[in-house]
Design a protein around this ligand. Structure first.
Ligand code: AMP
Ligand code: TRP
Length: 332
């Protein structure tokens, strides 16, 4: 069985992009893969996180993942700071990756923006830790949204350079799994920007804990153009907001852009937004309710994370110990 690894940051409430681009695929992959899913709190602190909130955000995200259908009997679910193997391998990768490689990362450029001199050094080396997350388990397949593609290419470069420098075929190649018609969900306010936890306008993001009225309102106010929906995907060219809503609909109904447009082509956005909002509420309301139920029992939730961490550690520990041996660290 192929081993899968993926991660998500507890830097706020998970949103529709996280769900359609990543988490929903994680749930499906559990059936026929060996899956390891991680709440990446070490990555979260690459930008400031309120220490009073971080632990609760980690719990909240774990509860949301379980509510989406991650099954702790089938998969490992844990938080990154609980397994030190990630940090040990990340340090080695800090010394394998090259400045020039990291300088090319578009996520860093976007997140740092004009603050380039003022952001944390962790934000810059973030992709090295991500490579360590995956490779500490010798995972080969990584289901993520489209925005993580470049980080996975870098992880492959790191694995190859490590293997080359230390003369061992030790780390496997990683294959990104970027799945479905909503691998990049865009902001509801600007079809050229991805939906993101850090977006200042709350109106641009559908959170997994939004109630029915909030979802309906955000969809109704979503930016669109005055034309009706086209009847074929070619007609979405140059209409990023329309493409985004059609993609969300396609993902929720498990079809593609063409099938949605066959059914809804010619309709105005008023009517289409109404059915889209109903569909979203039907999908997301049960997840929000189940998240609340799970959060009410934090002892059980913490037990799942603790158990996941110990099992994850048992897999990662010998792999990272072998990497350290290849590097030449004294083992006494
Ligand atoms: P993050 O919230 O940045 O930790 O992302 C967790 C997962 O959600 C990753 O696999 C991302 O690629 C995915 N993701 C984040 N934002 C989006 C988006 N707007 N559309 C699709 N996938 C996304
Ligand atoms: N960088 C990813 C994101 O922001 C989260 C992440 C951290 C991750 N480690 C990972 C994803 C390992 C896949 C595999 O979306």
């Amino acid at each position: 069985m192929q081993r899968i690894f993926s991660g998500i940051q507890p830097s706020g409430v998970p949103h529709l992009g996280n769900y359609l681009g990543a988490v929903r695929n994680w749930v499906r992959l559990q059936q026929d893969h060996d899956c390891i899913y991680c709440v990446v709190d070490l990555h979260a602190i690459t930008v400031w996180q309120d220490p009073k909130e971080l632990a609760n955000q980690t719990r909240g995200l774990a509860a949301a993942l379980l509510a989406c259908g991650i099954d702790p009997k089938a998969s490992l679910l844990f938080h990154q700071s609980a397994v030190y193997a990630h940090l040990r391998l990340a340090w080695i990768f800090n010394c394998v990756a090259r400045m020039g490689w990291l300088n090319r990362m578009t996520q860093f450029k976007e997140k740092a923006g004009k603050e380039r001199e003022n952001v944390s050094t962790g934000l810059f080396t973030y992709p090295n830790l991500m490579a360590a997350d995956i490779l500490a388990y010798h995972a080969t397949r990584v289901p993520v949204g489209d925005d993580q593609r470049q980080h996975l290419e870098l992880a492959n470069d790191i694995a190859q350079k490590f293997n080359h420098d230390y003369g061992a075929e030790f780390f496997p190649a990683i294959e990104p799994m970027i799945l479905g018609p909503a691998a990049r969900v865009m902001s509801l306010r600007d079809g050229s920007k991805k939906m993101s936890k850090s977006d200042a306008s709350g109106q641009s993001v559908i959170n997994l804990n939004d109630d029915a009225d909030t979802i309906a309102l955000k969809i109704r106010r979503a930016k669109t153009d005055p034309e009706p929906l086209p009847s074929e995907p070619a007609g979405l060219e140059g209409r990023p907001e329309a493409r985004n809503l059609v993609g969300i609909y396609a993902a929720l109904t498990d079809t593609d852009h063409a099938a949605v447009l066959r059914e809804h082509g010619g309709k105005g956005f008023g009517a289409f937004k109404q059915v889209l909002a109903d569909l979203l509420v039907a999908h997301l309301s049960p997840i929000a309710a189940e998240t609340q139920r799970l959060l009410a029992d934090s002892a059980t939730l913490d037990g799942i994370l603790h158990d996941g961490a110990r099992k994850a550690e048992a897999i990662a520990e010998p792999i990272v110990a072998e990497a350290e041996r290849l590097v030449g660290f004294l083992k006494v």
